[in-house]
Write a protein that binds this ligand. Structure first.
Ligand code: AMP
Length: 284
């Protein structure tokens, strides 16, 4: 396994792979890897000649009061896990090589970036779209792999890939959960024992809402009300950013569920912000 730290070097390697006719699967991550990340890595390995995992805690997608400094970092553990998976290349740039002095460009996807998490994390999706664009230009992947847990991120990425004619397949992989349903996340390590137990309310709430829609309830506001009630009953939940029913394409709130619907939640337990979602189809 090769560890590359310099974008130019990674780019040279990527060009060489293209000349040799090799396909490359890229898994962008911020490290502190868990089984959710590794599920993406396994899928990339299955479908490509070469697998590249990037590890970069991207400062420009964090707000000034968010957890950039304290975000979990575990380079040694990550390297060991990726070695065991048989990853070919870890691309691990430092901040200055990604954002040198006078860096002044950004990629912004309008409208959908302002919905859901975008309303509570201004600039977050601009930071995501910019770093993923850079990673795509440096690694030049055939396919890139993302988790359904970050649903809005996928909608944003698919949009700029289409708008900017990027010749890269975006592959969406299912959310990997703990046994009690909590979506795996690097941020789960922030939770103490009581908070970790309380966090199971998120999956329970999504499941309950999904059962309502499957049973034929089409009133989005009713489903939203049930979701809010369930979440508010958990005293460890300190803030609900949003919880409700959305159109999976536009991310607009749905008052009437006609076909596919996205059930999505973002809340805080203590100071830890957690998100999760579930796709559901009316009556199915
Ligand atoms: P992150 O390191 O949090 O930026 O995540 C890197 C990638 O892993 C993103 O595409 C995430 O959607 C994906 N990911 C994170 N958690 C999970 C999970 N529990 N199941 C599946 N994919 C995940």
């Amino acid at each position: 396994m090769e560890v590359i730290r310099i974008p130019r070097v990674m780019q040279g390697t990527s060009k060489g792979l293209i000349i040799k006719g090799k396909s490359t699967g890229l898994v962008p991550t911020m490290g502190a890897l868990h089984e959710g990340h590794l599920s993406l890595v396994r899928r990339a390995k299955e479908e490509n000649d070469i697998t590249v995992v990037s590890i970069f805690v991207n400062p420009i997608q964090f707000g000034p009061t968010e957890d950039f400094e304290s975000y979990p970092r575990d380079i040694e553990g990550d390297t060991e896990k990726l070695g065991k998976e048989g990853v070919d290349i870890i691309f691990m740039p430092d901040i200055h090589s990604m954002y040198p002095e006078k860096f002044s460009t950004s990629v912004e996807v309008q409208k959908i970036s302002e919905r859901l998490c975008g309303a509570f994390r201004p600039g977050h999706f601009r930071g995501v779209a910019t770093v993923v664009t850079k990673l795509f230009h440096v690694v030049k992947p055939t396919r890139s792999y993302f988790g359904a847990k970050d649903f809005q991120q996928i909608v944003v990425i698919k949009q700029f890939v289409k708008d900017l004619d990027m010749d890269i397949d975006i592959i969406v992989c299912p959310t990997i959960r703990e046994k009690d349903g909590l979506a795996m996340s690097s941020r789960n390590t922030y939770l103490n024992k009581e908070q970790r137990q309380a966090a199971t309310v998120i999956y329970r709430c999504l499941k309950e809402a999904s059962d309502l829609v499957k049973s034929g309830i089409i009133d989005g506001n009713h489903v939203k009300g049930v979701m809010q009630d369930t979440l508010l009953k958990e005293p460890e939940v300190s803030v609900i950013d949003y919880a409700g029913v959305y159109d999976p394409l536009t991310l607009d709130e749905l008052s009437e569920i006609k076909g596919d619907a996205l059930l999505a939640i973002a809340l805080k337990i203590g100071n830890t912000r957690l998100i999760d979602n579930m796709l559901v189809t009316k009556g199915r």
